[in-house]
Design a protein around this ligand. Sequence first.
Ligand code: NAD
Length: 440
Amino acid sequence: MKIAIIGTGYVGLPTGVCFAELGNQVVCVDSSELKIQNLNNNIIPFYEPDLQDLLKSNKELGRITFTKNLSLAIKNANIIIIAVGTPSNKETGHADLTFIKNAILEIAQNLSKEDGYKVIAIKSTVPIGTNKLLESLILQYNSNLQVDIVSIPEFLREGKAISDFLNPERIIIGIDNDRAKELIDKLYKPFTERHIPLVFCSRKSAEMIKYASNSFLGIKVSFINELADLCEALGADIRDVSKGIGLDSRIGSKFLLPGPGFGGSCFPKDMIEILTTSKENKTPLTIVEASIHSNSNRSEKILQKIEKALNNNLFNKQIAIWGLSFKAETDDVRFSPAIPIIKKLQERETSININAFDPEANQNMFQVISNINYFDDMYECAKNADVLIVMTEWPIFADVDIDKLYKTMRLKTILDLRNILNPKKVVERGFNYFPLGFYA
Ligand SMILES: NC(=O)c1ccc[n+]([C@@H]2O[C@H](COP(=O)([O-])OP(=O)(O)OC[C@H]3O[C@@H](n4cnc5c(N)ncnc54)[C@H](O)[C@@H]3O)[C@@H](O)[C@H]2O)c1
């Protein structure tokens, strides 16, 4: 099939590359000229495992191209996929639809009746009712068009985007018009052939499924974080508790690891959106509100743990932070829990000095926080540190050379906010080790 993708970010680019991999002819468009230039030179604008190789091979086969010319991209396409950002509007709590409305306007301006029937698939996460709104908008701009808008929310995870896209547990398709179904069935044939379920529902239900999924996962994370604190207070071990409850298939073992709080470009904004919508409809999702509240208190809780680990004396302390992205295997720092923790540390005690290392996210974090020291080597970052905070679960941190780290640091204190180090080894080497939810 001929597919145009609008937006080549963390969702749009893997989507384009994977559809090309499945044998389709894909043209990707982005409003950023630099991104398109870079992609044409095989430079990926962000870190995502396996993406580079897959892009290269599909480019060589001529199955994927990049352009700033939206008109060129959409005229020949059967399906136009929109994957632009829908960030949170801080004042209203709702998703900001500026980018997606602009994309719709551009499509309307660049298509004509003669271009034939097109399905526009919305992959961006949008508030309930938005797909319908976008359909009326496009027809308002250009009433001659033959288009249907379908909602196909995306569930891929950054860091696992390629395998998630190619092996989804389900594909949600919100469709209010049978005309679009034939093309959608054809597009997803490689998945249905492998018995991956397509769940057809209304567009509103599809939009709701996306928000409900992210909210549920956020709630699960908040629950396990608070439970870890309670385990610490009572002397239980969160590792055993997570395992014990996770083996119950009604609960499931995923998202039961405590940490510094959820972040990223999805959970925080999506939970605020659905909470705002629920309140406006006078059916408040109080449980979502509690999770948001719990998560925003998380950085303060973590700060108290850091202070405790340093005997309530932050004065002149050298602090090393490993991990800046919101989770491992991505360079995305949007709403990373590292941000409020670093800012609070700096507010609490101006004399502290912070060193930071992330395998991929140093540059992105520098755009947000420029007054800390960035390192390209994790041991250099920890040199003379009084405390090391393991913020993100990058595998290289778990594989740390404990002896080397011990010799490098000044005070031998580690706060492991992902419980990824080997407690026995760390304690035996002589560190003061502070994990989450148990005592080593
Ligand atoms: N990041 C994730 O893990 C993830 C997962 C599932 C769903 N989503 C949702 O997918 C959507 C996209 O998220 P993202 O993280 O890929 O965003 P992103 O910011 O990484 O990428 C968006 C891209 O769209 C481009 N763009 C904006 N307006 C445009 C226009 N009019 N024409 C062409 N290009 C345009 C931007 O330049 C940017 O490159 C959001 O709604 C998000 O909530 C994200």
